[in-house]
Design a protein around this ligand. Structure first.
Ligand code: ADP
Ligand code: GLC
Length: 483
């Protein structure tokens, strides 16, 4: 099949979170299954033309917007093996440092930027004559593609046999803008009603994508259930519930070429479930790098995370205040995000300077080092569509402590409930006290070296394959093609 994979971010070109990892691995896995995959994303300023060997396609790309037409450039790169990546360039919209925000606030023109991107994608496919069977869209930034397909391009011969798939990686981000955005995006007011793009008087991009696409997929089975309930649906629960058989949950996999301690070049020593001595070295190195005491036997909790409400980092920091007073344990974090949360973690470091290590910012080497060197990985997300870090942690023998929600619940087996198969620990009630309580029970297990080793070894054997996920996507695509 010919698949156009449309995404706002993809590793290694530009990444803010897990979607970028997925946008690297899933196209590869689909290409391995003999599909012809074209990745399409914006050419942000940080997509380095030299490093990624971008070449311009010398054709003008006209994109209807507002009252007229805007012009864009098209570039391509074969930097990622097996995949052609296409970039839409428009200096005014994408020639800035951030992807969606300036580090503090979302860009004020995000609606215009991504409406433009969606329209540009459909224009570009025609210009380069890539006629897809499937257009696979990811998150709200790409969600107007299915809308345009059913409106402006509904009678376009080029798109006659195309089906669109809307993948929802996070319902917490929907792309909601004032109603006037309808005009800017050139979508007729007849679509501004509760059954289409209207959402409490505003225009909701993601809702459009869900309503107008042929299938909606989210990234774990449990999250596919959860989003149909008001607590998780962010006011779209009813829309998800009404999809019936059009809604699927397909769990993400792990790219073990990048995330495997046996051959990870980013960590100071390699190790495997059979030969774990390298992990001890990584722990020492991590402690040294973060300026905390180099002690082998103290439980070291690590996390790599966006600091947001979703990730439950507020709960984590408060639970650590409780925990650090009562137990000898250590904590390291690599992250960025909410300033108040950063401040609270700084307070924690001030209170326990030789036991708390912090790195603010985005750093891939440190993300790998935390995965390799910590004993316990903390992921107390309030909700988690899939989550990748808990799966990376399993591979690195860094036992996850997670809130039993979404993909976290699906991918971790709770040792407290199943000692024979347990790969991690689950917290069912998300409060600082409850989480601290779970950690203190986990420390007891940690100090039982024999049992801990069993859990570590078992978790390292877990395998979440992208090939399996790609097969499931393929099945959905095929169903749509038969229609
Ligand atoms: P989400 O996409 O919701 O942030 P995921 O667990 O799916 O959560 O994926 C997060 C990805 O982003 C992982 O690959 C993680 O290592 C990476 N990541 C998050 N924050 C940082 C950071 N500060 N530095 C490096 N990598 C980070
Ligand atoms: C989102 C979700 C995360 C998921 C990722 C990739 O960022 O928050 O849970 O793993 O997308 O699908």
């Amino acid at each position: 099949m010919k698949i156009a994979f449309v995404t706002p971010e993809a590793y290694p070109f530009a990444k803010t979170g897990g979607l970028a990892d997925v946008s690297y691995s899933l196209p590869q896995a689909l290409a391995h299954r003999d599909h012809d995959v074209l990745l399409i994303m914006p050419r942000y300023y940080r997509v380095d033309k030299n490093r990624f060997q971008l070449k311009q396609i010398p054709v003008p790309l006209g994109v209807p917007m507002g009252n007229g037409e805007k012009w864009a450039g098209i570039y391509y790169s074969n930097y990622v093996p097996n995949i052609t990546a296409l970039f839409i360039e428009h200096d005014n919209f994408f020639g800035r440092d951030g992807l969606y925000d300036d580090g503090y606030n979302a860009y004020a023109d995000n609606g215009e930027r991504f409406a433009f991107f969606c329209r540009a994608v459909l224009q570009a496919l025609k210009v380069i004559n890539f006629k897809p069977d499937i257009i696979h869209c990811n998150d709200w930034q790409t969600a107007l593609v299915p809308v345009y397909l059913r409106t402006h391009y509904a009678h376009d011969e080029f798109y006659r046999s195309v089906s669109s798939v809307m993948v929802v990686h996070n319902v917490g981000y929907q792309g909601v803008f004032p109603a006037e955005m309808m005009q800017c995006a050139m979508i007729g007011w007849e679509y501004f009603h509760v059954g289409a793009l209207e959402f409490y008087g505003q225009m909701n991009f993601l809702k459009g994508g869900i309503v107008f696409s042929d299938a909606v997929i989210t990234v774990s089975r449990k999250y596919a259930q959860e989003i149909q309930r008001p607590e998780f649906g962010y006011d779209l629960a009813g829309v998800f519930a009404s999809l019936g058989g059009r809604l699927y949950g397909i769990p993400n996999g792990v790219d073990y070429e990048k995330w495997d301690p046996q051959n990870d070049p980013r960590i100071p020593a390699n190790f495997s479930s059979k030969k774990l001595s390298g992990k001890k070295k990584c722990k020492r190195y991590l402690q040294n790098r973060f300026n905390i005491q180099e002690i082998a036997t103290v439980p070291l909790i690590g996390t790599v995370s966006r600091l947001t409400y979703q990730k439950g980092m507020d709960i984590l920091v408060e639970s650590l205040f409780i925990l650090m007073k009562e137990h000898s344990c250590q904590f390291v974090i690599v992250g960025s995000g909410d300033g108040n949360l950063m401040w609270r973690f700084e307070e924690l470091r001030k209170a326990f300077p030789d036991r708390v290590g912090i790195f603010w910012g985005y750093n891939e080497d440190l993300a790998h080092l935390v995965e390799a060197g910590a004993d316990i990985y903390a992921m107390p997300s309030r909700y988690e569509p899939c989550g990748l870090n808990q799966m990376y942690s399993l591979r690195y023998g860094t036992v996850p402590v997670v809130h039993a929600t979404g993909g976290l619940d699906d991918t971790i087996v709770d040792w407290f409930s199943n000692r024979e198969r347990g790969t991690g620990f689950k917290c069912y009630d998300l409060s600082p006290g409850a989480l601290a309580e779970v950690f203190s029970r986990v420390f007891e297990v940690y100090h039982n070296a024999e049992e801990w080793l069993k859990i570590v070894r078992r978790s390292m054997e877990v395998y979440y394959s992208w090939d399996e996920a790609a097969k499931e996507y393929e099945e959905v695509y095929r169903k749509l093609q038969l229609k």
